[in-house]
Design a protein around this ligand. Structure first.
Ligand SMILES: Nc1ncnc2c1ncn2[C@@H]1O[C@H](COP(=O)(O)OP(=O)(O)O)[C@@H](O)[C@H]1O
Ligand SMILES: O=C(O)[C@@H](COP(=O)(O)O)OP(=O)(O)O
Length: 311
């Protein structure tokens, strides 16, 4: 740490004041990134002017809240505080599902950065772990991709679409065992986590998780086929996942996309169109905030009380 730094003291760690981290949480509360960064800089300069060398996280949160009120950002201030208060009080697991290529990892990382959640887990990593514990002989579909699992089904299914969907579901079933384990562990440890990927099938996740106040599930989609296809070209340029493979199976990926949208709607899971990254993130943040407010109210608390408590 630099001797010039202002040190922020949290419950577990100390770290230098970061304008970037503060700006991101202000953006999550609804400020435009450019304004958020400008205000984060002003807050930093205000603390410097007061010659503050160390500041407690709770105190920093209070200072930011009153600073926003003073600047006439009352709604933003409330949202900022609500988020910090809730994430401090209860661990939440956010699930971002959607067919391959619709943008689950991109949006999950954006949300994590705005909400200050440090743990983002892809279901394809969980799938790798499950492959180590379940043999190919036992569950051959696990060793395929979501869109090729139908090829190793043991039974013969005449209806093409049905075959793709059953293959997809068999592929996801064992991955979901791992997903549920990750959620259990995170809740037990009091940590918030974001889990993202195509394996988050609403009809296969136990109701225990779907109904849990600590679990928030959102499905992403790209309704426009052409736009969805273009995403694989974009991804192919920056990763070593061959565009060609996804384009070859594009028809099946679209069937999976449609299936996830329909089952999500049936289960009351919000479906968000991912066209523009910032709009998608904003919509997800609205869904998450509304759900958290409802939970608070269900528990007999009032948003105002939580705000007051954390000031
Ligand atoms: N809203 C968006 N606008 C433009 N490009 C996007 C958007 N969301 C994702 N992308 C891009 O599309 C590609 C696929 O997204 P990715 O997050 O890897 O998908 P998934 O994890 O769902 O398979 C990536 O190159 C990503 O940067
Ligand atoms: O099975 C699948 O659909 C994708 C999931 O990953 P995302 O495209 O969702 O990141 O993995 P693959 O086997 O192609 O490496």
């Amino acid at each position: 740490m630099n001797s010039e730094d202002i040190i922020v003291i949290g419950k577990k760690i100390k770290m230098p004041f970061s304008k970037g981290i503060l700006a991101r949480s202000l953006t999550a509360a609804g400020l435009k990134p450019s304004i958020a960064y400008k205000l984060a800089l002003e807050i930093y300069e205000m603390l410097k002017k007061e010659n503050i060398k160390e500041i407690d996280k709770d105190e920093l949160r209070r200072r930011v809240y009153y600073f926003l009120i003073e600047k006439n950002y009352e709604e933003i201030a409330k949202r900022y505080l609500l988020w910090r208060a809730i994430l401090n009080k209860k661990p939440i697991s956010i699930l971002i599902g959607g067919a391959s290529g619709v943008g689950t990892s991109t949006i999950a990382f954006e949300l994590a950065s705005r909400l200050g959640i440090s743990s983002v887990i892809g279901t394809d990593s969980i799938r790798e772990v499950m492959r180590k514990v379940i043999s190919r002989e036992l569950v051959p579909t696990l060793y395929e991709s979501s869109y090729t699992a139908w090829k190793v089904l043991r039974e013969e299914i005449k209806d093409e679409e049905k075959k793709y969907i059953i293959g997809f579901e068999r592929h996801c079933e064992s991955v979901l065992v791992g997903v549920e384990g990750v959620i259990d562990r995170a809740l037990l440890e009091g940590q918030s986590v974001i889990i993202e990927g195509t394996h988050l099938v609403p009809s296969l996740i136990s109701n225990k998780y779907l109904e849990s106040p600590n679990v928030i599930f959102i499905t992403l989609t790209v309704s426009d086929e052409k736009l969805h296809k273009m995403r694989f070209y974009a991804r192919g340029k920056v990763s070593n996942r061959p565009t060609e493979r996804y384009l070859r199976h594009f028809k099946i990926i679209r069937i999976i996309n449609e299936y996830l949208v329909v089952t999500s709607k049936k289960k009351g899971i919000p479906v968000v169109e991912n066209i523009n990254i910032s709009k998608t993130v904003e919509e997800c943040l609205n869904i998450i905030t509304e759900k958290l407010k409802r939970i608070l109210e269900m528990e007999g608390g009032r948003v105002e009380d939580v705000l007051e408590e954390s000031l």
